[in-house]
Design a protein. Structure first.
Length: 248
């Protein structure tokens, strides 16, 4: 009796699985036709092909920018009855030397969010074989997304790895940030850095821990910035990571 029941359950589950697969498969041709139509409508996707199996769309081919690779998958994922997207698109684009690509990205990131949260963001890029790794911390998620967007849309970037942390929401940390910014940028020795809209001395605060990043002209400026940061009321610790510019 038990053996018969077990066999019945196995057969029933197998039948259900086959029915589910068959249900997914019956949409494959329709999905593939719609995906091809969507991709053909955009010039940047002319070299992209799609195949569908059990509702899973596989994208292959080439695009010029990493952002286009992401956008192609996003477009297809919105189609009816799509169960998932396997994105195997390669980013062709120009082959930019890693050092040159790093310099381009660092410059873009340096000025990113200028006039907004720039003083409280610090993101750097490293590149290996066209694969970009972004490291650092931003005040808000929109700042993190902005940094990613810059990398995604830079010619020569083949892939992007994000190690950017977003600071936790904290009124306590915000008070430390703004107090540190006032003390540093209003100091007579450091006030000339306030003229630069990119705010070269970056202030990162996480759970009361205050860290300084960026590049200053000389060792005295670094020391003064560290002293001012250490005077901020409420900061549990201060880490002075400022770099001194190399003299040419």
């Amino acid at each position: 009796m038990k053996r018969t029941l077990l066999v019945f359950l196995v057969v029933s589950l197998s039948s259900l699985a086959m029915a589910d697969t068959a249900g997914l498969t019956r949409y494959d041709q329709s999905i593939e036709a719609k995906a091809s139509q969507q991709l053909a409508a955009k010039k940047e996707y002319q070299s992209v092909q799609s195949t569908v199996e059990d509702g899973i769309v596989t994208l292959t081919g080439e695009v010029g920018l990493y952002q286009q690779k992401l956008d192609a998958a996003k477009k297809v994922r919105k189609l009816a009855n799509v169960q998932g997207v396997r994105n195997l698109i390669e980013v062709a684009g120009p082959n930019v030397p890693d050092g040159e690509l790093t310099a381009q990205l660092d410059r873009k990131l340096y000025y990113d969010r200028m006039g907004l949260d720039i003083a409280f963001n610090f993101v750097t890029a490293s590149v290996q074989n066209g694969v970009v790794t972004l490291n650092g911390e931003t005040l808000l998620d929109v700042d993190r997304q902005s940094a990613l967007w810059l990398a995604y849309n830079t010619p020569g970037v083949k892939d992007v790895i994000s190690n950017i942390n977003v600071a936790p929401v904290s009124n306590f940390d915000d008070r430390i940030r703004f107090q540190a910014a006032r003390m540093i940028y209003r100091d007579p020795v450091l006030s000339r850095y306030a003229i630069d809209p990119a705010r070269p001395i970056r202030i990162v605060v996480n759970n009361g821990k205050l860290s300084l990043y960026g590049t200053v002209a000389n060792q005295m400026d670094k020391n003064v910035a560290g002293i001012r940061a250490s005077q901020v009321f409420g900061a549990f610790s201060v880490q002075n990571n400022l770099q001194v510019a190399k003299k040419s």
